[in-house]
Design a protein around this ligand. Structure first.
Ligand code: DAT
Ligand code: MG
Length: 149
């Protein structure tokens, strides 16, 4: 089982899409093991998006992600990292496959509604950046036997 870090970005929260987006991962069968709302500091945003420092969109990306509260979650399940990326769709919502979250709810690349870790290594880094160990809840679900064979 794998864990990934997902985050409804400030536009998603403002547009009342947080519940809808959380729901997609719940309904697929992934287990939520961490969930919270917070507003990101500039310092944390620059750390989170460190790989993009120096790119032309970096400043506006940091402005955007710190512009309001985000809803962050850690989900757990089989191939969670790549499956969540597939469910999100391409970075540019207009290029995202129909039915994906970004395709369904977004238009512009700078307002693409959701973040998700792009590899198991990024997932580990981002989970520890945003969640304390005690904020990740380990529990068993009876329904898992109807989700996994
Ligand atoms: P993703 O969020 O799909 O992992 P990324 O890590 O390449 O994409 O970029 C992080 C965010 O930065 C992305 O969600 C939106 C923004 N972004 C990326 N490329 C951009 C570009 N060319 N112009 C404007 N914003 C961009
Ligand atoms: Mg990325």
């Amino acid at each position: 089982m794998e864990r990934t870090y997902l985050m409804v970005k400030p536009d998603g929260v403002q547009r009342n899409l947080a519940g809808e987006i959380i729901s997609r991962f719940e309904k697929k069968g992934y287990k939520i093991v961490g969930l919270k709302m917070f507003r990101m500091s500039r310092e944390l945003a620059e750390k989170h998006y460190g790989e993009h420092a120096g790119k032309p969109f970096f400043e506006s990306l940091v402005d955007y992600i710190t512009s309001g509260p985000v809803v962050a979650m850690v989900i757990e399940g089989k191939d969670a990292v790549s499956a969540a990326r597939d469910m999100m769709g391409a970075t540019n919502p207009l290029k995202a496959a129909p039915g994906t979250i970004r395709n369904s709810y977004g238009i512009e690349i700078g307002r693409n509604v959701i973040h998700g870790s792009d590899s198991p290594a990024s997932a580990a880094r981002e989970i520890s950046l945003f969640f304390k160990e005690e904020e990740i809840i380990e529990y068993s679900r009876d329904v898992d036997r109807w989700i996994y064979e």
